[in-house]
Ligand binder design. Structure first.
Ligand code: AGP
Length: 612
């Protein structure tokens, strides 16, 4: 939920920290700050975006070749200058940036007050800074990393931290448990970040810290151990990020860039996995567990938000084609409700970031109960990718926009391949239908490019409805989760209350909402449910509702009936998901812009929910 950066080396730290924070702002953006160790320990922090803190710091002494920085999504304490990170210890010996939640901070704070510590902020991080200081001053022989270890041994909760000590000017101490941290290895310099994006332009060699790792970064070296002081084996990975992925190019917002990337990212996701003759699907990342999937008593698919919507698509496909029982769970519910899990279960966890706290907790629970756990993830080296038994990367590239778009279609592409591969292996799908679906999947990118040509038309429809207070999204079958996803896109970037519903549910309540102020988006391509959803549209029109229908191109009937139609190319019903979601993404994008919203950084949200 927050972004952390750090630098130690030969260059001026400030510009590196600022640039890194701007890459991480999608993780949280209610306040920002930097700390620099030059002759003294300088801390500059402000409520608001990184650029506001940058302007403030530029007027101060921001020199120094070692520093840390933070951009915040508030958990404890409202967004304010005082609650911004870095947080100093009472005597300003230590300064800390932190991503996570210290659950026992109140007890620790009470104990520190008994030792005459005072506090300026409402944050749990200031408690950690004072706790480190407390241990540091217990004995002359305790240095900063030892103080950090002792303090963290008392902490309950999740943390990704970077710590500076003004008495040790050649050192940054970093540690993680539950919140991601990456260390970039340069030539006589080291970089720290919450994910690889800010590091990619400086070095391709990184170390992804694991839970309870502590790293001590000095100009002449890098030591890795764990909170129990045992050495940790160093696993150096390569970043496969192209710098070009990290800018908006010709687009005004990352979200629009990522919507337009989808034909390419769907292609990248199935590249090398769909055989040209449509005979075989190759998922190398599942090779070691595929027999487990074949013999699974049931498959449980778990995720949050958009990833949960993708999970619903996976359920429909796996049950229809592979005839395996599937359950879909919100990670935040699964982790607490005492589910019945055993070794005959396969659990698929979907996460774009691979760092969502609830999803990781669900992973750990399923693993502890003996299930085979599989990840579908978009971030190489993320915690989910490293802690599952096997998995499939979505190859969508860095997704910066908080509203997930290309990651969703990539997740659905992976789930489609898993379902078809399993069905073909088990012999539960007719070979002709299997080959048709594989062939049609390979044709989706071109059909997606055709839909993107409707952008101006969709923008005009958005202008008509951007003043709506509420909206309803309806779909049936595979397109019911698409309706849910379309509603989520609209609500999270335009702040219009939008609900997704199974169209068949209309008469059980939601139809009471329908009047001439309510836009109703109906995902209605020509499929097995077509006649039924046309009836739903007629019911809505009879009550003066305004219908925006996503239709199969050439559908003249619905063109007459609906107020507005957006056409998508004909496709197999199971693959219409990948096409029908694109107009909904564009509709939400344009409505949000007409409302003057920041589509890349919507209020109250962050890209990666690494705290509960
Ligand atoms: C989707 O647009 C949202 N940003 C949010 O619902 C997101 O899908 C959810 O937080 C899960 O994130 P993950 O895929 O990184 O786990």
């Amino acid at each position: 939920m927050c972004g952390i950066v750090g630098y130690i080396g030969k260059k001026e730290a400030f510009p590196i920290l600022i640039k890194g924070l701007k890459w991480l702002e999608y993780r949280g953006y209610d306040s920002a700050g930097v700390a620099l160790l030059n002759g003294s320990l300088e801390v500059y922090k402000k409520k608001g975006k990184v650029i506001e803190m940058e302007q403030f710091a530029l007027s101060k002494n921001h020199s120094g070749t070692i520093g840390i920085g933070h951009t915040r999504w508030a958990t404890h304490g409202e967004p304010s200058d005082e609650n911004a990170h870095p947080q100093n210890s009472m005597n300003n010996v230590f300064t800390v940036v932190h991503n996570g939640i210290i659950e026992n901070y109140a007890k620790l704070k009470t104990d520190l007050v008994k030792h005459s510590y005072t506090f300026k902020s409402d944050t749990d991080t200031e408690v950690l800074a004072n706790l480190i200081d407390f241990f540091y001053h217990q004995d002359e022989g305790i240095n900063s990393e030892m103080a950090v270890q002792l303090a963290l041994s008392k902490v309950v909760g999740a943390y990704g931290i970077a710590v500076l000590c003004k008495n040790e000017k050649n050192k940054i101490v970093v540690a993680r448990k539950g919140s991601p941290l990456v260390v970039g290895l340069g030539d006589g310099e080291y970089f720290i970040a919450s994910d690889a994006a800010p590091i990619a332009e400086y070095t391709g060699q990184v170390v992804y810290l694991n839970d309870e790792d502590i790293a001590i970064l000095q100009r002449d070296g890098f030591t890795l151990k764990n909170v129990s002081n045992n050495p940790v084996s160093l696993k150096i990975s390569s970043i496969d990020l192209e710098i070009g992925e990290l800018d908006k190019g010709d687009f005004d917002y990352f979200m629009m860039k990522e919507i337009y990337e989808q034909p390419k990212t769907i292609e990248e996701t199935f590249r090398g996995r769909l055989r040209a003759d449509h005979s075989e699907i190759v998922l190398g990342g599942l090779l070691n567990v595929f027999p487990k999937i074949e013999e699974a008593r049931r498959i449980i698919i778990i995720g949050c938000g958009t990833s949960w919507h993708a999970a619903l698509i996976g359920e429909y496909m796996l049950e229809e084609y592979a005839q395996v029982p599937v359950e879909v769970e919100y990670a935040s519910e699964f982790r607490y409700r005492k589910p019945v899990i055993n070794s005959k279960d396969v659990v698929i966890l979907i996460s774009q970031s691979g760092e969502t706290a609830d999803t990781l907790a669900a992973l750990h629970l399923a693993k502890a109960k003996g299930a085979t756990v599989i990840g579908i993830c978009n971030v190489v080296g993320s915690t989910l990718a490293r802690e599952t038994d096997a998995g499939v990367y979505t190859h969508a590239g860095v997704e910066i926009g908080v509203a997930s778009t290309k990651a969703f279609t990539a997740q659905v592409t992976v789930l489609t391949m898993i379902a078809l591969k399993l069905a073909n292996t088990k012999g539960t799908i007719d070979i002709k239908e299997y080959q048709t679906l594989v062939k049609e999947l390979s044709e989706i990118p071109e059909k997606g490019r055709i839909i993107l040509q409707s952008n101006d038309k969709i923008k005009a429809i958005a202008e008509k409805y951007h003043k709506a207070i509420n909206a309803l999204y309806l779909g049936r079958g595979y397109l019911f989760p698409v309706a849910l996803e379309g509603a989520l896109k609209l609500k999270e970037i335009s702040y219009i209350h939008a609900e997704g519903y199974a169209a068949g549910e209309m008469k059980h309540g939601p139809i009471a909402l329908v009047d001439d102020n309510l836009p109703v988006v109906v995902v209605a391509p020509q499929d097995d449910y077509y006649e039924k959803i046309v009836s739903n549209i007629q019911e809505i029109k009879a009550r003066k509702g305004n219908v925006i229908a996503i239709v199969t191109e050439g559908d003249t009937g619905l063109k007459e009936l609906a107020n507005d139609v957006i056409e998508i190319p004909k496709s197999h019903p199971a693959l219409a998901v990948l096409l029908s979601v694109i107009p909904l993404q564009l509709l939400a994008y344009h409505i949000a812009l007409f409302k003057g919203c920041n589509v890349d950084q919507p209020r109250n949200l962050a890209k990666s929910v690494t705290v509960e």
